[in-house]
Design a protein around this ligand. Structure first.
Ligand code: ADP
Length: 267
């Protein structure tokens, strides 16, 4: 029992005897600590933009004669901070829905070719021509939640754009793995130091907070991806070389359906 937290209770039993009941509370303590951390982090993340908004409102109230240009600039900044709060709350609600038993996974046939192509289109739009986006789609359709898989794959692809300098290449591929199915996003971006990799799917964990915020990140994207994959019986693999690029692979169980899609290349 070394390193574990045990709770003991003595209960009276017949003939003046007693029973010692022990309960291993290590796991519930760990979950409590995680919950506390999440609330502390979420409060901090929401308080920062709110402080900016309240600050500008106070300035506006104390200076009724403020010129129009300054007022408009302040309104733009407040809108940005409000939108940041909306993204955070949206991601927090998504995470709690993914973890809740009240929203079990709804499986349907997912046309993977259409899904991967639409994620690629979205990635190109987000990149605005700053990166080459390549697509390879050879795997079969699967049974799963189209909406959840789409949001997970789009999340990985948008990270590739956000963490890659202009001129890089982003490759999306859907293929059969050794005994599974794999959607991989490979970029030629900034990469990640090995010490961070195991923690990337933790809520609000970021390697570089300011870069994440500049690019409208909430720090919850990979936690959402991990939960979507877990619900589908899958997992996320991450490999990276700092300064050279990263590869995020969503591994799904091999429950292939129908015929293979054709490969396509879209620079
Ligand atoms: P964020 O909203 O901050 O991007 P995520 O949960 O999506 O949150 O990612 C967590 C952190 O992982 C990011 O802040 C970033 O440091 C790192 N990261 C994610 N994807 C990549 C990538 N493709 N290249 C480099 N770093 C990445």
């Amino acid at each position: 029992f070394r390193g574990r937290k045990l709770e003991c209770r003595i209960i009276p039993f017949e003939n003046r005897r007693q029973i010692l009941v022990t309960h291993d509370a290590t796991e519930s303590e760990r979950l409590d600590a995680m919950r506390r951390d999440f609330i502390a982090n979420a409060s901090h993340e929401l308080r920062t933009p709110l402080t900016v908004i309240v600050g500008f409102l106070e300035i506006a109230l104390s200076d009724p004669g403020m010129d129009l240009a300054t007022r408009t600039a302040h309104l733009h900044l407040m809108t940005e901070q409000g939108q940041r709060m909306q993204r955070l709350i949206g991601d927090m609600l998504t995470l709690s829905r993914l973890e809740s038993d009240e929203f079990p996974l709804k499986r349907e046939r997912v046309d993977m070719r259409a899904l991967v192509e639409s994620v690629a289109e979205e990635t190109r739009a987000l990149s605005g021509g700053r990166h080459a986006v390549e697509v390879e789609c050879e795997g079969p359709d699967v049974m799963g939640s189209q909406e959840e898989l789409r949001s997970a794959f789009a999340n990985l692809a948008s990270n590739a754009v956000r963490y890659s300098p202009d001129g890089g290449t982003i490759r999306l591929s859907w293929k059969r793995g050794p005994d599974d199915l794999r959607f991989a996003v490979t970029d030629s971006g900034i990469g990640i130091e090995p010490i961070h990799i195991a923690r990337l799917t933790e809520r609000f964990y970021r390697v570089d907070k300011s870069r994440s915020r500049e690019t409208q990140g909430t720090g919850l994207g990979l936690a959402i991806v991990k939960h979507v994959l877990l619900r589908h019986g899958g997992r996320l693999l991450i490999s990276s070389v700092p300064g050279q690029g990263s590869s995020f692979t969503a591994v799904l169980p091999n429950t292939s359906l129908g015929s293979e899609s054709n490969s396509s290349e879209n620079p």
